[in-house]
Design a protein around this ligand. Structure first.
Ligand code: ADP
Ligand code: MG
Length: 249
C-alpha cells in the first residue's frame, strides 16, 4: 500500500434508519493515487457509506475528512466543489443535453460564470477539456448526441468523464461495470486504470471480483455495516471470514 497522505478518511461512520442499523462503525482510508475497492455482500452498507460520504444522507455519527478538513454532512454540491465526485450505479445523465454539455455541466465551482462561456465558446478551456475527456473515454462520435440516447455502458463512460472534469481529489464509483454490455467492460476498466495512472484517486464499489482484482491497490470488505477485513485484494478475498460472509450460512 502506498505511503502517501490520506485524501479521504472515514471514521466510525454510523447510520441508523429508525430501528435498522445500516452502518455500525465504518472506517476507511484512501490515499493519494490509489484505487481502493469497497466490497461486501448485499446489505453490507456499501451504498449507505457512499450516500453518507457524499451528503446524500446525514450520518447518525462518525466523521468524513477530505485531507485535513472535516466535511461530514456537507451538502453534495459543496463536496463537489471541494473535490469529491461520484458516479452512481445506475448512470445519471441530463437526457436532453448533449454528451458534451453533460460533461461541461459537471465543472466545479458551478456558480462561477464559467458555464455560459463553456457552452457558447467551443474554445473555452472547460469546453476543450470536456472534449478531450469524451475522446479519452471513447465516445467522441456521440459528442453532439442527446445523452439520453446512449446505452448504459456509454452513459457510464460519460459519467466517468464527467466526474473528472473538475480535477477532483477523489472519485467515488458505484459499480462501474454493473449492467454494462460485456464488450464495454474492458473499456471501462482500462479507462479507470489510465485515469488513475494520470493521477486520479478512486474509491470503487464493485461486485465483479475480476474487476476488483484488476483495479484495486487495496481492498476493504464490509459486512453487517462494519469493517470485516482489509488488505491487498487477493489476500482479502482469500480470507476465510470473507468467504464465510459471502457464502456462509
Ligand atoms: P449495500 O449497498 O452494501 O448492498 P446498503 O447500504 O444499501 O447495502 O444497505 C445497508 C443496510 O441498510 C441494509 O440492511 C438496507 O436494508 C438498509 N437500508 C439502506 N437504505 C435504507 C433506507 N433508506 N431505509 C431503511 N433501511 C435502509
Ligand atoms: Mg448497494
Amino acid at each position: 500500500r502506498t505511503e502517501t497522505d490520506p485524501v479521504l478518511r472515514v471514521r466510525d461512520l454510523r447510520k441508523h434508519f429508525d430501528g435498522i442499523v445500516a452502518l455500525d462503525g465504518v472506517d476507511l482510508e484512501v490515499r493519494d493515487g490509489e484505487i481502493v475497492g469497497l466490497i461486501g455482500p448485499n446489505g453490507a452498507g456499501k451504498s449507505t457509506t457512499f450516500n453518507c460520504i457524499m451528503g446524500d444522507l446525514p450520518a447518525t455519527d462518525g466523521s468524513v475528512y477530505l485531507r485535513e478538513e472535516n466535511v461530514t454532512d456537507k451538502r453534495t454540491s459543496a463536496l463537489v466543489n471541494e473535490g469529491i465526485t461520484r458516479a452512481y450505479q445506475i448512470p445519471r445523465v441530463f437526457p436532453d443535453l448533449t454528451v458534451h454539455e453533460n460533461v461541461v455541466i459537471n465543472m466545479r465551482h458551478r456558480t462561477e460564470p464559467v458555464l455560459p462561456t463553456a457552452f457558447t465558446s467551443p474554445k473555452s478551456d472547460v469546453s476543450e477539456r470536456a472534449h478531450e475527456l469524451i475522446e479519452f473515454v471513447g465516445i467522441d462520435h456521440l459528442r453532439h448526441e442527446p445523452a439520453g440516447d446512449l446505452s448504459t455502458g456509454q452513459k457510464k463512460l460519460l459519467n466517468i468523464a464527467a466526474t473528472i472534469i473538475g480535477d477532483p481529489e477523489i472519485v467515488l464509483l458505484d459499480e462501474p461495470t454493473a449492467g454494462v454490455n460485456p464488450g464495454l467492460i474492458e473499456t471501462i476498466i482500462d479507462t479507470i486504470d489510465e485515469l488513475n495512472s494520470n493521477g486520479t484517486t478512486y474509491l470503487i464499489v464493485e461486485h465483479n471480483m475480476d474487476v476488483v482484482k484488476q483495479l484495486s491497490d487495496h481492498l476493504y470488505v464490509l459486512a453487517n455495516g462494519t469493517n470485516l477485513v482489509q488488505g491487498p485484494p487477493q489476500e482479502a478475498l482469500d480470507d476465510p471470514q470473507v468467504l464465510n460472509a459471502y457464502f456462509g450460512e
